[in-house]
Design a protein around this ligand. Structure first.
Ligand code: XIL
Length: 653
């Protein structure tokens, strides 16, 4: 990684300024940003963004040795951006906004190029955009700047103060200003009528002499004011080191002989938060791209693939010894505009199959031999769908019932070494309508000789705002039974997207349910011979997909919004701590670190009803250990880690 000299920094700044001031407001493109990744939900202030080593402060993460590697393989260190050194170079100062709007522009895509319903004004040293009428797009550019030159593999510091007429969420991005509106870096931020400073340092991956810096607003009319905008190239941020907080001393990944732990990683946080990356590398064995492999982002025009973001993530995973899961190949959501347009026209089955094959070939071909697992088809089965089998999607409805057979067969040819998975939610339990339907379909595919190796049980569960968990807490025995019947037909299962979202407000009882959930589901996977991987859908509440997807829910993850381990993490860690990480055998009781180890302050293992003896749930650990069940039950009782079972039935199939 190049560390820019101050001379170059000034030169770059000069060119920025000169470009800005001699360029007419270019076509104010970009209204269609809603198709891009977004949604990562990361909120960021200077306190929580963790743009550099500073992010580690107060997060309970020690700064000892070890460490997880930086964002890039180079991993060089240098002085952190703006940390006590010279005042940062400001692209635009508040003084600029005393009377001048240009070169800033605004745009609400009303089918015409010129915005007609946003007024941009420089008043009181601020630049304010007022959207009078709602735009047509989900996200419109309320304030934008064109011709910002960006260099690949260069860190940029972006900072600004912002306020609005009322609480609202805006997005800011750097990116391509023309279709397909690629986001180089995008963040959603909640803002209020009180000015706050937003501050990120992110790794830019693409060379673009004419990138745009945009502030986007949703359809709702409103006013957003900016000031003190800083955008500058900076040296590589310091890489924080990470030491697990597990009482056992062992991060989750140390138990990979039992189960490999994975997490989803989204691009914005990966590019901007070294502490996040250090924790992921320190605790996990596998990552799944949360968005960057989705068709809208990786196949943005029919003729082109854009592997930039995924390649960066994959390269980092390789550097840090992490497996990388391909996700997803064929899905009906987050598809590119070009495909949506085609499917609204007269496209026929053969043309759609050709598109499906081209997507599989392009994507699997690029990563051939490098990704051990692929979610070939995602979320395609629905009891409410046509014939009570398939969900009505562009793939199913245009190709027909055999689209899954065709996709898997083609995927096997594209990368014979990869294990091919079907992935879905609400499919975890035997005896549940959709769980049974998914099983029937997979069993029939196996019987037809379709090449399918596994089923991803997503594992999204919840407790309602009222605290009621009756429909959102899984029946662990039914999951055990489901895994067992897949084993009988020689199909592997992975937990692929687990999280346990909590209906607001958070309280102790809900937290304890979450702890119990993570611990129990992990135990189920450990006990099942055909369950080798357990992935959580995102590391932390800082960067969660939950609040923007399920408005009344949050707090779903193992780490909090400051990237400190939560009781759910401790609960999982305590499950693993019963085992010897070297060979997966059960440890003698005295070696498990003492009872209640971990003392998850809010419960951890604590929801445990150690009284309920024998129902240790019929967990058969025989496949993983050489210890006998009676010994195990005694041990469990002694260390007080018998998880209470929600259902009393407990015969394991
Ligand atoms: C989610 C991402 O996490 C969000 O950032 C995005 O806005 C929507 O998609 N099932 C899946 C995942 O298979 O790909 C989804 O990921 C969550 C549900």
């Amino acid at each position: 990684m190049v560390v820019h000299s101050s001379a170059l920094r000034i030169a770059t700044f000069s060119s920025l300024v000169s470009l800005c001031f001699c360029t007419a407001p270019a076509r104010a493109e970009g209204g269609a940003g809603g198709t891009n990744s977004g949604g990562s939900g990361g909120t960021a202030t200077a306190d929580t963004a963790g743009t550099s080593a500073g992010g580690a402060a107060g997060s309970g993460v020690s700064t000892g040795s070890g460490g997880g590697g930086g964002v890039t393989a180079a991993g060089g260190t240098s002085s952190s951006a703006g940390a006590g050194g010279a005042a940062p170079t400001k692209l635009v100062t508040n003084g600029t906004f005393d009377s001048v709007v240009a070169p800033w522009w605004s745009y609400a895509a009303n089918a015409a190029d010129s915005p007609s319903d946003i007024a941009l004004a420089a008043t009181d040293g601020q630049l304010c955009g007022t959207m009078m009428a709602g735009g047509k797009n989900v996200w419109d550019v309320i304030i934008g700047l064109s011709d910002v030159p960006l260099a690949a593999n260069q860190y940029y510091h972006v900072s600004f103060s912002v306020l609005a007429d009322a609480p609202r969420t805006i997005k800011f991005k750097t990116g391509l200003g023309v279709a397909p509106y690629t986001d180089y870096f995008i963040e959603s931020i909640p803002i209020t009528a009180t000015a706050q400073t937003i501050d990120y340092t992110y790794l830019n991956l693409r060379t673009d002499p004419t990138a745009q810096l945009q502030f986007q607003i949703g359809k709702t009319p409103g006013k957003v004011c900016l000031d003190n905008i800083v955008f500058e190239p900076v040296p590589v941020p310091t890489t924080p080191t990470y030491k697990t907080s597990a009482a056992s001393g062992h991060p989750l990944k140390d138990y990979k002989v039992l189960v490999k732990m994975g997490t989803a990683v989204d691009t914005p946080i990966f590019l901007s938060n070294p502490l996040h990356n250090a924790i992921v590398a320190g605790e996990f064995s596998m990552i799944t791209p949360a968005n960057s492999m989705k068709m809208n982002l990786i196949h943005p025009t029919q003729e082109t693939f854009d592997f930039t973001d995924t390649d960066a993530l994959f390269g980092w995973a390789q550097t840090n010894g992490l497996e990388f899961r391909g996700h997803p190949l064929i899905w009906h959501t987050q598809v590119p505009d070009w495909l949506t347009t085609l499917t609204k026209g007269t496209i026929d089955r053969d043309q759609m199959i050709a598109i499906m094959y081209a997507h599989i070939d392009g994507l699997m071909g690029h990563y051939k031999g490098k990704l051990p697992y692929w979610d070939v088809v995602n979320e395609a089965i629905d009891l409410g769908g046509p014939g009570g089998t398939f969900r009505s999607t562009i793939w199913h409805d245009i190709i027909g019932d055999d689209f899954m057979d065709l996709a898997f067969t083609h995927a096997r040819a594209a990368d014979p070494a990869a294990k091919l998975f079907y992935n879905d939610y609400n499919s975890e339990q035997k005896g549940d309508g959709k769980g049974d339907k998914v099983f029937e379909i997979i069993k029939a595919m196996k019987a037809r000789g379709v090449p399918i190796d596994g089923v991803g049980l997503q594992g999204h569960f919840y407790v309602e705002p009222t605290g009621d968990s009756s429909s959102g807490y899984p029946n662990m025995q039914a999951i055990r039974d489901n895994m067992a019947r897949y084993a009988e037909i020689n199909v592997d299962v992975h937990i692929t997207e687990s999280d346990f979202r909590i209906g607001k407000p958070l309280d102790e009882a809900k937290q304890q349910l979450q702890n119990k959930f993570y611990a129990e589901l992990l135990q189920v996977c450990i006990d099942a011979p055909n369950c080798s991987h357990f992935t959580v859908w995102g590391l932390s509440d800082l960067d969660s997909w939950v609040p923007s997807t399920f408005q009344d829910y949050d707090y779903a993850h193992l780490f909090d919004s400051h990237l400190a381990a939560k009781p759910g993490y401790t609960a999982m860690s305590q499950v693993f701590a019963k085992y010897n990480p070297a060979d997966g055998s059960l440890l003698p009781v005295s070696a498990t670190g003492g009872s209640g180890s971990g003392g998850a302050s809010s419960g951890g293992a604590g929801t445990v009803s150690s009284a309920s003896s024998g129902s240790s749930g019929g967990c058969s650990l025989a496949t993983r250990t050489s210890n006998s069940a009676p010994w195990l039950l005694t041990a469990f009782a002694m260390v007080g880690i018998l998880w209470s079972r929600r259902r009393s039935s407990s015969t394991r199939s």
